[in-house]
Design a protein. Structure first.
Length: 607
């Protein structure tokens, strides 16, 4: 009886829970539990390898199916199914996108990898992985529709950046991140080799890139992969291309009061396909000006005189009559007020000069102008005048070097003998007057002209001296030379890179003499004089034009009919008592009209 009663109770219990079990089973089919376990693992980390690989993809926990692609396209449910190790045999760059197929039929998080197999490289390598259709496709592709602009023509991509070269140190992955890509530039959008702008946004995961791209800590909200503009191996423009013109001028600017982008050369591959050698630059944005230079709340714009328009960060130009983008329009209007004051006031009036000095950073302006004139950049003033005004304690206007592809004798627009002074006063291109008016007006006034000519002479004697510029160019060319075949194998050109670099080197060696002669003729100066500084045996120092300070003997050329300043500073325990040349006034600070060669040797005596 007890056995029968137990069976009866078990039957009743089973009958009670059976409906619940059936319900649970049905719910597990209709609403299966989330598949949260297991992430993809690549058997070999992204990097450069001198030998072929067999790449295995696995799930670190449990089993499951894996979908992957090797062409940059997104893995889909019906895509390639991973079944065996993937052979990466031939020399080249391979990109892998892989996802786990979840039990509910959906795909899990995506993993990316780049493998550099058997390539002897020296430059950093940037691998971009992107859906081919949105890059190359005729309807959606940004490369195929290069003149379309704005956020609607920004495409999400994945970046993998490798430092170093396999030639001496196999590079590991420096950073990997998602970002947005757009085509960059103006006329160069139509060139076969195109520039790209990179956007770091929270929408993609990171609002900024935190990585020391340029030898120091940096935070970047935008970067530009610059193809070279007119300075690349283009069949139509590449007679003396180098991919070095802008980089050299930016490097020189760093030793002056001029402002510019930062740049470094890289090898670019998109979905494993070689695109050539590019310059990876910082995009000049308000954030860049704040993070790199410390300028708060800057409103940056470009006045393009031939269009009568206001351009913002290489986005579509905003009509100057428009009421949109009020901050930019307000800044533009304030600048036009400054320009009107320059045009209508007596620039010889010291009070006017003091007021302008509070509104314009003249140290920045003159160095910006000098670098443009020295480098022979004829794609300037009617175009590419990029300026900004920060907010805060110092709201003076400043200028930035940016689009300088025509610099250093790019044919057919420039050469080593181009007379930029004559160009400044005779150019009749549409819109040139608007961009040139400030410079022309300032150079008409004696004190501003003197400041410009003296600063020009200072820089030609130091930063822009032939040997200094040539050594910088040599270093840049040596860095790029081992990898330049990646450019020349891909892009045909009428000019050889090595010959073009040699021609550019001749430019920097010869250019200072041409610049001096053009300014002598253009401003009716008496010629050149040699200024010699001789340091006394008791130490101490000499300062020339508040620019050049030396405790050694020094010599340079200055324009006659200009006024220079010399200051003698004795060492501790000594007094200035005069100059070795008895014809000089016995003052430690001199303003000296240059009329011929002159030597300045101070005499210091112990107290």
């Amino acid at each position: 009886m007890r056995t029968q009663e137990r069976h009866k109770h078990l039957f009743l219990a089973a009958a009670a829970i059976l409906p619940a079990l059936i319900l649970l089973f049905w719910q597990s089919i209709v609403n299966p539990p989330a598949d949260t376990g297991g992430t993809l693992q690549f058997s070999v980390p992204s990097g450069a390898y001198a030998y072929p690989l067999l790449l295995q993809i696995s799930i670190d926990q449990g089993q499951g199916e894996i979908r992957y692609t090797l062409d940059g396209s997104e893995p889909i449910t019906a895509g390639l199914r991973y079944q065996a190790p993937i052979p990466l045999v031939d020399d080249g760059v391979y990109v892998v996108r892989a996802r786990r197929l979840l039990t509910n039929g959906e795909l899990g998080p995506e993993q990316f990898a780049t493998y550099i197999i058997g390539l002897e490289t020296s430059l950093p390598l940037l691998s971009i992985i992107i859906e081919p259709e949105v890059m190359w496709g005729s309807e959606q592709g940004i490369w195929a529709n290069p003149f379309n602009r704005g956020r609607a023509w920004e495409r999400e991509a994945h970046l993998m950046f490798f430092e170093g070269g396999m030639s001496d140190n196999p590079p590991g992955l420096a950073f990997t991140t998602a970002a947005g890509l757009r085509i960059h530039g103006s006329a160069s959008r139509g060139y076969p080799k195109k520039s790209l702008r990179i956007y770091f946004r929270n929408d993609y995961g990171n609002g900024r890139l935190d990585y020391p791209l340029y030898g120091e800590n940096g935070r970047w909200d935008r970067l530009v992969l610059h193809a070279g503009g007119q300075d690349y191996a283009a069949p139509e423009y590449g007679a003396n291309w180098t991919l070095l013109r802008a980089a050299l001028l930016y490097d020189l600017a760093a030793d002056t009061h001029a402002l510019s982008a930062q740049t470094r050369p890289v090898l670019l591959f998109i979905n494993g396909q070689l695109q050539g050698v590019y310059q990876l630059r910082t995009e000049i944005t308000e954030r860049y000006l704040e993070d790199y230079y410390g300028f708060q709340g800057a409103q940056l714009f470009t006045i393009s005189g031939d269009l009568g328009s206001l351009g913002l960060n290489d986005e579509p130009l905003v009509d100057t009559n428009s009421t949109t983008n009020s901050a930019a329009i307000s800044a533009r209007d304030e600048w036009l007020t400054v320009l009107n004051d320059v045009q209508t006031n007596d620039l010889a009036d010291l009070a006017v000069q003091a007021q302008l000095a509070e509104r314009i950073d003249f140290a920045n302006f003159w160095d910006y102008v000098i670098l443009q004139m020295y480098s022979g950049n004829t794609d300037w003033l009617r175009n590419n005048v990029k300026q900004f005004r920060p907010t805060g304690d110092d709201e003076r206007w400043r200028w930035l070097l940016w689009d300088v592809d025509y610099a250093f004798g790019l044919k057919p627009w420039s050469d080593v003998s181009i007379d930029m002074v004559n160009w400044l006063y005779t150019n009749e291109q549409p819109g040139f007057e608007q961009g040139a008016s400030l410079l022309r007006l300032l150079l008409e006034q004696e004190s501003y002209r003197n400041t410009y000519l003296v600063r020009l002479a200072d820089l030609l004697n130091t930063t822009l001296a032939p040997d200094n510029v040539a050594s910088r160019l040599d270093a840049m060319a040596a860095e790029m030379q081992p990898d330049m075949h990646f450019e020349t194998d891909l892009w045909s050109s009428p000019g050889r890179w090595e010959g073009s670099v040699a021609e550019m080197r001749s430019y920097v060696l010869e250019r200072p003499d041409f610049v001096r002669q053009h300014h002598i003729e253009g401003f009716n100066l008496g010629g050149l004089a040699t200024i010699t500084l001789i340091a006394p045996s008791t130490n101490g120092r000499l300062t020339l034009n508040n620019s050049i300070t030396t405790s050694q003997s020094w010599q340079g050329q200055y324009f006659m009919d200009t006024t220079i300043t010399i200051t003698a500073t004795p060492p501790d325990g000594y007094l200035f008592v005069g100059w070795a040349d008895p014809t000089l006034p016995p003052e430690a600070q001199l303003s000296w009209l240059v009329t011929g060669d002159q030597t300045f040797q101070p005499i210091f005596e112990r107290r």
